[in-house]
Design a protein around this ligand. Structure first.
Ligand SMILES: [Zn+2]
Ligand SMILES: [Zn+2]
Length: 131
């Protein structure tokens, strides 16, 4: 019996959870912070404790702050040449691996199957729905 392992952990209990916002990956409530500096502290703590790479962002829904893994913030811009199927300019990724990691995130969050391809105008890399 390892009852001792179920200890109250202040660092966990101190983090308030949102009741409006949930992780698209896990469906669990997101940690919520009242300000950027509080979120930054939370991120610093988590990054050193769990070896993660979280960054604070302000939520559009609840106007408070949550943490998001850095890899979500894949640098992207729009291609000046390519228009997507929805009539909007296509997102452009600087490197193939940026595009691939974005595809990975979208696959997990939205269950879409995306393929990376090179911009025909040589501006970078795009994603397209796999057939
Ligand atoms: Zn929120
Ligand atoms: Zn393009």
């Amino acid at each position: 019996m390892k009852r001792d392992s179920i200890r109250w952990n202040p660092s966990h209990n101190k983090r308030p959870k949102s009741n409006t916002c949930f992780s698209p990956r896990t469906g669990k409530p997101l940690s919520v912070y009242p300000s950027h500096s509080a979120a930054k502290q939370g991120a610093d703590y988590a990054n050193s404790a769990y070896d993660s790479n979280l960054v604070p962002y302000q939520c559009k829904k609840c106007r408070k702050w949550h943490l998001s893994p850095q890899d979500r913030h894949t640098p992207s811009r729009v291609c000046p040449k390519c228009i997507g199927a929805n009539g909007r300019r296509k997102s452009l990724y600087k490197t193939q691996s940026d595009a691939a990691s974005r595809a990975d995130i979208l696959a997990k969050e939205q269950q879409v199957d995306l393929t990376v391809y090179k911009c025909p105008h040589n501006r970078g890399w795009h994603l397209t729905k796999a057939q």
